[in-house]
Each structure stands twice: as structure tokens, then as C-alpha cells.
Design a protein around this ligand. Structure first.
Ligand SMILES: [Zn+2]
Length: 320
């Protein structure tokens, strides 16, 4: 019933949908069954959300506000990502509130931790290890969102990867021409993948998702390219070659990478169904999230849905 009602609301003009908001508590058995989409194979684990105020001008997203949105959208669990670099957001989102929310709602939230690689830390590399281990001891299950104004394989970045590999948590990164910088073909990311084979990297952002296509210029790594995907994309090449790289389908960059060329996008999701993670980048009340409709429209087999919507995240974050 939840699914068919949502589908109805989605396919109804916005003005009409708003007048239907009151229907959420009313039971309407069978009313919209005829044009219901195939029921989704599982609830979601969203690997990419932010609580707090991320950008100036944004409304704050509280833990309760996020829970409310999750309930409305069949999201069972969300990963809470701090943002700790000056290039990452207007306001810093610290690790502590994410840990606290996960402690308050252990069945709904998973906390990641983050520390900027340029932070003043005693003891150099081992000092960073102590800080990150401390967060892990308090419940953090991953590192990120790693969104730093340095080259992707800058020695300071490599030091963080080294520590995350040792501590044994995955790292979710943002890539574009301002944060986690790389070049067409992603040689800097490849350098990190080769150097830290036991660290699972999770790719996100325009630079990463533009690389679903080949034939890119440097400018493309900062953009949301439209139209047909060209063969020779770095993502397929790296996923083929390295078992330690995953993709986070969140944000405009993630949904666009699939919707820009749906034939390619559907095949890509089937081909890489063991490496893709559902995510939204939900960070502000009322934010539109295109992922639900884009993925529904692909009519993916149940097996692939289960892996992408939650199974891969459960494995990677050791939730089961
Ligand atoms: Zn984000």
C-alpha cells in the first residue's frame, strides 16, 4: 500500500499531491493497485546522508527530520556522514553528532567518522590512526565523506588511506576538480587502489560519476555530462581490475550517471550489481531525491535490487 500510494503521489501533479498529503494516515485498499510499479525487492540502506546544516542558506536537517523522511521513503537505515574539510561545506559537520545519533537510534543510523588530513595531530601517521581508532571504538563503521581540497593521492591523503586500511573501515570519497582531484582516466585513484588493496574505497561526486564515460576532458570531472555514455569509462575499467572500489549512487551526479543514458545505465547496474550502493545525499528537509524514480524506471531484477539497495552495504559495513 505504501508503495502504490507513493507511486500515485509521484505521478500526480505536485499541486494535487500536496492536497493528498492528508491521505498518509488513511487506508485505501486496492485503489491504485492497477498502475502500481513492481514492488521493490527490499527496503533501502542509504549510504549517504548528512545531519546538521551543510550549506549556508540551508535549513537544518535534524536526526528526527531524517527519520521522518526515511519512514516516508522505505529507507530502513541511513549512513550519517560528517564533513570536516574547509572545501567540503559551509558549516563543518563533526563526527560526534553522527556517533550520538547512531547511539540513540542503532537500528536506523550508521555513523561514519572524518578528520581532515591537514589537521594538527600529535604523532603523525600513528596519531591519525589513534584518532580514527577512537571513533571506531565509539561505533564509527566507515570514514567519510572524504572531501578534501588536495590531489587524490597527495601524501597526506595516502596517509589517511593507510590508516583506514589498518583500522579496517571503508572510505567514502567525493571527487571533482576542487576536492579529491584526479585526471581523466583516474590515475590518482588507481594509485591509491593499488597501494592499499585491503581498503575498500566508495566513489561519489561529479569527477567519479562523469568517469562512467570515456573520452573525458579535465572540465568534465567537474560537471554533470548529458547524453550517451562513450565506451572506455574509468569506472568499469577500475571495477574490472580492482576488487576494492565501489560506487555510491547518491546525489545529482549519481542519478545523472544512470539517467543520462538509461540503456547503458541499466546494463551498468546489472554488470556492477555487486559494487553499487544506494544513496541519496539527503541533507535538507524537502530536498528532491531523483534516485527513487530513476531506479524504479529501470525495472531491475529483484536480485540486483536487493544487492544495490541494501545487501552490498550490509556486507561492506558489516551490518549482518
Ligand atoms: Zn555528501
Amino acid at each position: 500500500m505504501t508503495v502504490s500510494r507513493r507511486h500515485f503521489l509521484r505521478t500526480t501533479a505536485l499541486s494535487a499531491a500536496s492536497t493528498l498529503a492528508g491521505l498518509s494516515t488513511v487506508s485505501l485498499p486496492g485503489l491504485f493497485a492497477a498502475d502500481s510499479p513492481q514492488k521493490r525487492a527490499s527496503k533501502y540502506i542509504d549510504v549517504h546522508t548528512h545531519i546538521g546544516t551543510t550549506w549556508n542558506g540551508n535549513k537544518e536537517l535534524t536526526a528526527d527530520g531524517l527519520l521522518h523522511w526515511m519512514d516516508e521513503h522505505d529507507v530502513e537505515m541511513s549512513v550519517l556522514l560528517p564533513l570536516t574539510s574547509p572545501e567540503s561545506s559551509s558549516f563543518l559537520l563533526l563526527t560526534e553528532p553522527a556517533l550520538q545519533a547512531a547511539k540513540d537510534h542503532p537500528d536506523r543510523f550508521v555513523a561514519f567518522c572524518s578528520i581532515d588530513p591537514r589537521t594538527s595531530v600529535r604523532g603523525g601517521r600513528n596519531g591519525f590512526r589513534d584518532v580514527i581508532q577512537r571513533y571506531v571504538d565509539q561505533g564509527a563503521r566507515g570514514f567519510g565523506e572524504h572531501k578534501v581540497g588536495l590531489d587524490f593521492d597527495d601524501p597526506l591523503m595516502m596517509q589517511i588511506y593507510d590508516v583506514c586500511q589498518e583500522v579496517g573501515i571503508p572510505l567514502l570519497f567525493h571527487m571533482d576538480n576542487q576536492r579529491g582531484m584526479d585526471q581523466p582516466g583516474l590515475p590518482r585513484l588507481e594509485h591509491a587502489l593499488v597501494t592499499f588493496p585491503k581498503l575498500n574505497f566508495i566513489g561519489h561526486g561529479p569527477g567519479w560519476w562523469a568517469s562512467i564515460s570515456g573520452g573525458l576532458t579535465q572540465k568534465d570531472l567537474m560537471s554533470y555530462p548529458t547524453g550517451k555514455v562513450n565506451p572506455g569509462g574509468a569506472i568499469d575499467r577500475l571495477m574490472e581490475q580492482y576488487p576494492n572500489i565501489y560506487g555510491d549512487l547518491s546525489a545529482g551526479s549519481g542519478s545523472n550517471s544512470i539517467s543520462r543514458d538509461k540503456d547503458f545505465g541499466r546494463e551498468f547496474m546489472l554488470r556492477r550489481q555487486d559494487r553499487l550502493l544506494f544513496g541519496t545525499d539527503y541533507l535538507q528537509p524537502g530536498q528532491p531525491v531523483p534516485q527513487f524514480e530513476v531506479f524504479d524506471s529501470l525495472n531491475l531484477p529483484a536480485d540486483a535490487q536487493r544487492k544495490i539497495y541494501r545487501g552490498n552495504a550490509e556486507k561492506l559495513l558489516k551490518l549482518v
